[in-house]
Design a protein around this ligand. Structure first.
Ligand code: FAD
Length: 303
């Protein structure tokens, strides 16, 4: 049996693993698909203290290298259930059960979809959620970014350097992302912005997205925009349903917990973007990882 199982190897989970290992606890880190989590989709990380600029994937590699150097055991497996056996917890995955004295849930969140007919089939065929992953497929072509927050604006900046034309489509009358990013975009001749507008349907040809239908939410007027691809950046969705037996979720699916990273169940802790919080960033995820790990260590020492 391990001391601690950490579910999710994003910044929160990796930091939790690091702190627990340095407190001399044995750690199993479970990751279902992508070591490093969401930050691997970011072309540039520029707001982590002491690091002037680094790509998200390089940052993720360094985190993984660090936890492995400290002796973390790692499994590529999806946790589908946590059973509270009081003296210990059992984490179920598709490859079997793993036992530990304490569990830290650090499952982050996922890209929100538009919810339009045909969307799922067009993912990878004109619909993307990640400019750093897929931007080069659209070099010299026309794309739209859906959304107006930081992620959308960052995606648009990167795409503007590759694509012939970038149209940012925002449902509000203003962008909600950082002013600095907005200023960069306003200075680019191949970037335009459409406000008060939502995407209402998708058009495809030979299995590839070729146009989107837009609706102005003020006038109700509809229009069609021919393009080669869209990058959807309309927020995040947590995936915590599997843990609803041991943790309370809010209406949006986030695990209810404050800065202490404690859940409803003794010995089950939560860290990072998957919990209720106001600011979801690498710094806050890493901070949670440290808090959750030290709380888990104290819990184990008191058993
Ligand atoms: C495009 C983009 C750009 C960003 N840019 C910045 C930036 O510049 N600066 C900044 O501070 N933040 C940035 N962020 C936000 C930042 O990446 C997140 O706040 C941070 O990654 C959250 O860390 P986390 O560990 O809580 O969750 P995540 O990074 O989401 O990691 C969670 C991990 O858990 C895994 N997982 C989920 N469910 C399970 C399961 N059941 N079993 C096993 N594993 C599971 C996931 O696969 C994932 O790897 C950006 C995000 C995106 C998408």
């Amino acid at each position: 049996m391990k001391d601690i199982i950490v579910i999710g190897a994003g910044p929160a989970g990796m930091t939790a693993a690091l702190y627990a290992l340095r407190a001399d606890k044995s750690v199993l880190l479970l990751e279902k698909e992508n070591f490093g989590g969401q930050i691997t989709y970011s072309p540039k990380l520029e707001n982590y203290p002491s690091v002037m600029e680094i790509s998200g994937s390089a940052f993720a590699e360094q985190m993984l290298e660090q936890v492995m150097a400290h002796g973390a055991e790692i499994e590529l497996a999806e946790a589908t259930k946590i059973t509270d056996c009081k003296t210990h917890k059992v984490v179920t995955t598709e490859y079997g059960d793993f036992e530990a004295k304490a569990v830290i849930i650090a499952t982050g969140s996922k890209h929100r979809h538009l919810g339009l007919e045909g969307e799922e089939a067009l993912i990878g065929s004109g619909i993307s959620f990640c400019a750093v992953c897929d931007g080069s497929f659209f070099a010299g072509r026309k794309v739209a970014v859906i959304g107006g927050g930081n992620t959308a604006l960052q995606e648009a900046v990167m795409l503007s350097e590759l694509c012939s034309e970038v149209v940012i489509i925002q449902n509000l009358s203003f962008m909600t992302g950082e002013k600095k990013l907005l200023q960069i975009l306003e200075g680019k001749s191949n970037v335009s912005m459409i406000f008060d507008t939502v995407v209402t349907s998708l058009e495809s040809k030979d299995g590839e997205l070729c146009a989107i239908e837009l609706k102005n939410t003020v006038s109700g007027e509809k229009s069609k925009l021919a393009l080669d691809g869209i990058f959807v950046a309309i927020g995040q969705k947590p995936e915590n349903e599997a843990f609803a037996d041991v943790t309370a979720l809010n209406d949006y699916g986030y695990i209810i917990a404050d800065e202490n990273c404690l859940t409803d169940t003794e010995g089950v802790f939560v860290a990072g973007d998957c919990r209720t919080k106001k600011i979801r960033q690498v710094t806050t995820a890493a901070a949670d990882g440290a808090v959750a790990a030290l709380a888990a260590c104290r819990y184990i020492d008191g058993l």
